[in-house]
Design a protein around this ligand. Structure first.
Ligand code: FAD
Length: 462
């Protein structure tokens, strides 16, 4: 037997149920083997093409995954195009009896996977999908009355009390490591070169800061998790809101690309720091909650979850080009937001507390539609994901499930006083802060706040 494992947002070898089962299957059979494939999909209906920073990350993640899988004797093929066409074609070309993958939870992805499952089965190929990207499958988590959760606290109370299975080890295949690759070469099946996916920026190469900040490999994710649990988790609850302390885990891109599974993070935290990890684990719970929401409300990336916000007079980026540009470049005159936006541009990451204030300034003070900011983050964050990004933007904008109350408008000056009183974080990112070159505020916080509240009052009555 030959099993084809289709990798998507699960670019790891440890705790990978689909890969593990495929290797066990091949072993049991005695003559079987496993081939892996990744398809860069920029064409499927509704599947959102990755942003620039995420593509940069993907390049590194695929390179390191290929090296890891090579060690296991599992060649990783790389393709670009339409999976609905490519996967059945490849299964046939490889003579695969089975195709396996880790489940996805977005609406278009689920439709595509269901369609492919049927198509492959019609051609006599067995298909199996596995969990692996969440702690619990979204359809297994229901309120007492049977619907999806829309409020985080009861969701997390229910989910965190459930037992967790231990993570799976890296599979150890028993077949001759080089033989599968050799048989593919003999059959004329190309490996596909990473550079042909064209994932890295060239002219201009804006990724220098990303390279300095990150190592996008499975091993680096593991190391980062261990270091965080050894050195930082104890102080997490105090340090997590202070960007200058670097007190959070930095694990989000590894989780985004599935180089770490949430189950691995959960198990390691419970083992290393059982008494101190609750606060940290509840953040992992927010990730889980965002995916729960996306599964039940697949329109979340495009539509306000609270429909009365459809009448809110947000403006587009095209209507406010200068304000949007100042925000995106970190030139609003509000140091807290500007530091965050510059950190984002340089490293592909922004601290959570600053993300909240930055999003709030765009949506509530500058009056620009949350979807415009979400799209900017989508393009610039290395951890941009289809659930957490829109869910958090909707949370800040007030139109989401369990959203921050609309009248809570982050004040970037007060946030700075509270969370960076010595200005260490903002000075790191804004060298010209105390000079005449630093811009004046682009908006009056008080006036814009009152306007936003008036708009809110008007839509509340609907
Ligand atoms: P830690 O504090 O160490 O948290 C551990 C893990 O929990 C994170 O790695 C992440 O997977 C998860 N997590 C933490 N906070 C949240 C949250 N509020 N929502 C969902 N998951 C969370 N996170 C993303 O992973 N992708 C996004 O696209 C994204 N977009 C955001 C947009 C806005 C406007 C805001 C306010 C937040 C967004 N977040 C997003 C959530 C959060 O800012 C990041 O997860 C966090 O900053 C990552 O840093 P960390 O890994 O050091 O976090």
């Amino acid at each position: 037997t030959r099993t084809l494992v289709w990798f998507r947002d699960d670019l790891r070898t440890a705790d990978h149920p689909a890969l593990y089962a495929a290797c066990r299957y091949a072993e049991g059979d005695g003559t079987g083997d496993v081939v892996a494939v990744y398809v860069l999909d920029e064409v499927s209906d509704g599947v959102r093409p990755l942003g620039g920073a995420a593509k940069w990350w993907l390049h590194g993640a695929l390179g390191s995954l290929r090296a890891r899988l090579d060690e296991l004797g599992v060649p990783l093929l790389l393709r670009t195009g339409d999976p609905a066409r490519l996967i059945p074609h490849l299964a046939e070309q490889l003579g695969a009896d089975r195709v396996q993958w880790t489940r996805r939870y977005g609406g278009p992805e689920r439709r595509l996977d269901a369609h492919l499952k049927e198509q492959l089965r019609q051609h006599g190929v067995e298909v199996e999908s596995f969990p692996g990207s969440l702690l619990h499958e979204p359809w297994t988590v229901e309120t007492q009355t049977g619907g999806p959760y829309q409020v985080f606290t009861p969701f997390w109370r229910a989910v965190s009390a459930r037992p967790q299975q231990d993570p799976l080890p890296v599979p150890t295949p028993c077949w001759e490591a080089k033989s599968t690759a050799a048989s593919l070469a003999a059959a004329g099946v190309p490996r596909g070169e990473l550079r042909d996916l064209d994932l890295r920026p060239t002219a201009p190469d804006w990724a220098g800061g990303l390279r300095r900040r990150w190592e996008p490999s499975e091993m680096a994710g593991q190391r980062q998790l261990e270091e965080f649990l050894r050195q930082k988790v104890t102080d997490y609850d105090d340090a997590r809101d202070r960007p200058e302390l670097d007190g959070t885990s930095g694990l989000s891109p590894y989780l985004r690309f599935g180089q770490l599974s949430p189950r691995q993070v959960w198990a390691a935290a419970c083992e290393e720091a059982p008494e101190q990890a609750d606060g940290f684990l509840s953040e992992l719970g927010w990730r889980e909650f965002c995916w729960h929401l996306l599964f039940h409300f697949p329109q979340m990336p495009q539509q306000n979850l609270k429909a009365q916000f459809d009448a809110y007079p947000w403006q587009s980026r095209a209507q406010q080009p200068e304000a949007f540009r100042a925000w995106a470049r970190g030139e609003t005159g509000f140091a807290w937001v500007d530091a965050g936006q510059r950190e984002l541009w340089e490293t592909g990451h922004m601290h959570n507390r600053v993300r909240m204030a930055s999003a709030s300034l765009l949506v509530k003070n500058l009056g620009i539609d949350w979807r415009e900011g979400e799209a900017w983050f989508w393009d610039t964050l290395v951890d941009a994901d289809a659930a957490s990004n829109p869910a958090n933007w909707q949370w800040v904008a007030g139109c989401g499930a369990d959203a921050a109350p609309y009248f809570r408008i982050f004040n970037p000056e007060r946030q700075l006083e509270r969370f960076d009183p010595q200005r260490r974080y903002v000075r790191r990112w804004i060298p010209e802060l105390d000079t005449a070159d630093y811009p004046q505020p682009v908006v009056d916080l008080g006036v814009s706040r009152r306007e936003a509240l008036a708009h809110y009052e008007s839509i509340k009555k609907r």
